[in-house]
Design a protein around this ligand. Structure first.
Ligand code: AHM
Ligand code: MG
Length: 336
């Protein structure tokens, strides 16, 4: 079997996106170029995150490296990695990063039509114990790339063209939607390519897992409290659900997408808008959920219907299997 010796017929992420783009004859390949730069950032971070533990063990963290520079913290490094990768693509005009107070307007000489919103390293408090962390991103198109403003990113989530995340876990997995379903790619480190390993991901219609920080229970609102009570003590004769909570959104959402269930980050008395950020956490994950056949709700509306007025705005979110989100919606409806 010659074919088994070298599997160069694999579906790489580039091949996949080129295939998708070829369905749109008007496409000039700009998105493929943008994506290849995002992928580069993800590969770089995958390697940096994997080395982080080792660097610490051998005493590198906080010390100076060979160039005499202090080792950068991973969240700072990851922001720089993505900003550089995105700018040098020549396809972006506005960047919004969790790590930066203000949006970055790309220099006109490097400007393209895409706006990218991202959290370069979500869950970074988990790094020191080796738990999975990830990058989350969403892509909008500017109305007029020569005349851009914050309005171009303060759009409803429904206008996103693409969204995805990369999880740096026991393997490095990139999950992407360009508005035509959801696909998952796993990095093969031996060849440095993301290979299509999870084609056309569909979330189970109903799940057996709920995922929430129960330590906040004393501050929850009534619908959230009732929902969790139902998960533990179902009254309809069904089995109780299992609780899984990593505390790293990418890991919790990835599991929800593959196994089904619901992920909740509600509003509570201490955080009336919840914790997670609309543009680069709630929207991309909600986009993926809807594309996979699930849904995402804020307690008031479908998450993607929000129109943020501030780039770092927060929102409560309930996302996952279609039927499970219907249940929490019914509890909020009953409140009114
Ligand atoms: P971060 O952006 O500061 O890393 O915080 C976001 C993270 C998410 O990954 C995760 O879902 C959430 O915070 C967990 O919050 P909590 O510790 O309150 O449960
Ligand atoms: Mg974050």
């Amino acid at each position: 079997h010659v074919a088994d010796a070298h599997r160069t017929d694999l579906m790489t992420i580039t091949r996949h996106v080129l295939n998708e783009q070829s369905k749109h004859p008007e496409s000039k390949g700009d998105f493929t170029i943008l994506l290849s730069h995002i992928v580069l950032g993800c590969k770089f971070l995958c390697s940096a995150v994997n080395k982080a533990g080792l660097a610490k063990l051998i005493g590198l963290a906080g010390e100076t490296n060979v160039q005499g520079e202090e080792q950068k913290k991973l969240d700072v490094l990851s922001n720089e990695v993505f900003v550089k990768a995105l700018m040098s693509s020549g396809r972006t005009c506005i960047l919004v990063s969790e790590e930066e107070e203000e949006a970055t307007f790309v220099d006109p000489s490097l400007r393209g039509k895409y706006c990218v919103v991202f959290d370069p390293l979500d869950g970074s408090s988990n790094i020191d114990c080796g738990v999975g962390v990830g990058t989350i991103f969403g892509v909008y198109m500017a109305k007029d790339k020569d005349n851009v403003s914050l309005e171009d990113v303060l759009q409803s989530g429904k206008n996103m063209l693409a969204a995805g995340y990369c999880m740096y876990g026991s393997s490095c997995t990139l999950v992407l939607s360009t508005g035509n379903g959801v696909n998952g790619f796993t990095l093969d480190p031996s060849i440095g390519e993301f290979i299509l390993t999870h084609p056309n991901i569909k979330i189970p219609k109903k799940g057996k897992i709920y995922s929430i920080n129960e330590g906040n229970a004393k501050n929850w609102d009534t619908p959230t409290a009732k929902f969790v009570e139902k998960c533990k003590f179902p009254k309809d004769g069904s089995s109780p659900k299992s609780l899984r909570y990593v505390g790293s959104m990418v890991a919790d959402v990835h599991r929800t997408l593959l196994y089904g269930g619901i992920f909740l980050y509600p509003a509570d008395k201490k955080s009336p808008n919840g914790k997670l950020r609309v543009l680069y956490e709630v929207f991309p994950m909600s986009f993926l959920m809807e594309q996979a056949g699930g849904q995402a709700f804020t307690g008031k509306q479908q998450a993607l219907d929000m129109v943020p007025t501030n780039i770092h705005q927060r929102s409560p979110v309930f996302l996952g299997s279609y039927d499970d989100v219907e249940e929490i919606k019914a509890l909020y409806d009953a409140e009114e």
